[in-house]
Design a protein around this ligand. Structure first.
Ligand code: GLU
Length: 471
């Protein structure tokens, strides 16, 4: 048997990180078993489905590198198929036409609630065999009245639900749209899905779906329902907690690998291992080790992982991700150091790629912004002479390389008998605009001769003016 899993999001908003965790588990399971992973867009709710949301799903999947073998399939393109099955059910007496009015259903519901009963359809039209007419109608499934639906959920274990608990499900609404439970079963059958891995908000739908599988004489897939993801306050993870949309994590500067590693551990474990390459995730993922407990989202841990991968993933990969942030900031990355060199010196210093970009802008721009407080503190008249000497010395450097540059700084600090920091810090402010940058030798190296000398020259001119006005 070839394992076939699917991710079946409804495009009614952004792609929630909880949905991505579901997608990841399905993707890993398929990969682990050399199976196929299918993407299906469940867009039958036409009022709430949007093109932007479909795009956000596709972009999110692409950003994370979660490739699908088949799809994206759109349910709205499969209506003929759903209507064909509904007709087949009607012909076989497995479904029926129901003409109950909204008012009747509302009255029924009110009466049931008043009697403290679970609201459910009472089967009013079930045996009427209503003929085709112009009246509005829905198609309902004749749910078995006897017996129990049992299945073994890979996460929740044995589940039994008596058919007496289930009412006759609407398959097709009066406007011709199929319902979720109906479309999902036909799709899972047609797409030969062997393992349905999804959020546990669907666990109550599963017995109804199993009855539909049976009515279609189809093989019932394996089910695994994943517990919800909560915020750290124990409430369902939502915008209140921070980023929840997968593309928001991209904007924040999280590496795809870090987010995947974070998500794989959200409800799944492999001993106490925390760090997983993608290949390790694929090799080790198993539904057996998915926990039944809810998991809570911890942003600090995500950032910790992000920094880990900034430092440890191949610099080319990190640099490739970093490029996007510069593009967003309107920076031409060809006008500065190699991004891999930047990653090497900044990864340790920044939590995210967005921060890395923000803290590296001075490597790419012609003019820099000065932090006034740093200028005031470090570019004082006393430094004019040693900094001028350093400028002259740097002009003579043959090979613009970190050891030579450091040597210049050391020589000047010896010559003027000031400690290294006392000259390095003003130099840093002069060439980067702020008092914070990677080590001064690397900062100078990556800035390049031209930028360093030009910026130093400007800073010295201003320092001179200030020294004169002060005196
Ligand atoms: N479209 C459903 C949702 O977004 C998923 C249904 C399923 O996986 O069966 O919740």
């Amino acid at each position: 048997m070839t394992v076939r899993t699917r991710f079946a999001p409804s495009p009614t908003g952004f792609l929630h990180v909880g949905g991505v965790r579901t997608a990841l588990f399905s993707w890993l399971y398929a990969k682990r078993h050399q199976g196929k992973f299918v993407l299906r867009i469940e867009d039958t709710d036409q009022e709430r489905s949007t093109k932007e949301s479909v795009q956000a799903i596709l972009d999110g999947m692409e950003w994370l590198g979660m490739d699908y073998d088949e799809g994206p399939f759109f349910q709205t393109e499969r209506y003929t198929r759903y209507h064909e099955v509904a007709q087949q059910f009607l012909n076989e007496g497995k479904a029926y036409r129901c003409e109950c009015s909204k008012e009747r259903l509302e009255d029924l519901r009110t009466a049931q609630l008043a009697a403290k009963e679970k609201p459910r359809y009472d089967g009013h039209c079930r045996d009427k065999n209503l003929p085709v007419s112009d009246k509005p109608f829905v198609i309902r499934f004749k749910n078995p009245e006897q017996g129990t639906v049992s299945f073994h959920d890979q996460v929740y274990g044995e589940i039994h639900v008596a058919n007496s608990e289930l009412d006759d499900l609407i398959l097709v609404r009066s406007d011709g749209h199929p319902t979720y439970n109906f479309a999902v079963v036909i799709d899972d059958i047609d797409m030969k899905i062997t393992h349905v891995i999804r959020g546990d908000d669907h666990i109550n739908n599963t017995p109804r779906q199993i009855n539909l599988f049976q009515a279609l004489n189809a093989e019932i897939p394996v089910f695994a329902h994943l517990p919800m993801i909560l915020g750290e306050d124990g409430k369902r993870l939502s915008k209140r907690h921070g980023a929840v949309s997968v593309l928001q994590f991209k904007e924040l500067g999280v590496l795809p690998h870090a987010l995947l590693n974070y998500l794989v551990r959200l409800g799944w474990s492999y001993g106490d291992q925390e760090i997983f390459s993608i290949n390790e995730m694929v090799d080790r993922f198993d539904l057996k080790n998915v926990s039944r407990g809810v998991s809570s989202f911890n942003y600090e841990k995500l950032y910790w992982l992000n920094q880990h991968y900034q430092k440890n993933d191949p610099a080319e990969e990190v640099a490739e991700s970093l490029r996007w942030y510069f593009e967003q900031a309107g920076i031409d990355v060809t006008k500065g150091p190699k991004l891999t060199d930047l990653v090497a010196i900044q990864a340790e210093r920044c939590k995210t790629l967005a921060e890395m970009c923000q803290m590296s802008l001075y490597f790419f721009t012609d003019s820099i912004e000065y932090d006034e407080a740093a200028v005031k503190k470090h570019l004082r008249p006393v430094i004019l002479e040693p900094l001028t000497a350093l400028y002259e010395r740097l002009q003579k450097v043959d090979v613009w390389e970190k050891d030579h540059l450091q040597e210049c700084i050391n020589d000047i600090s010896a010559e003027f008998d000031i400690n290294m920091g006392k000259i390095a810090q003003p130099l840093r402010v002069a060439v980067t605009g702020s008092g914070m940058s990677p080590s001064i030798d690397m900062t100078l190296t990556l800035l390049g001769r031209e930028r360093v000398l030009a910026r130093l020259k400007t800073a010295l001119e201003q320092l001179k003016i200030r020294a004169q006005t002060n005196s």
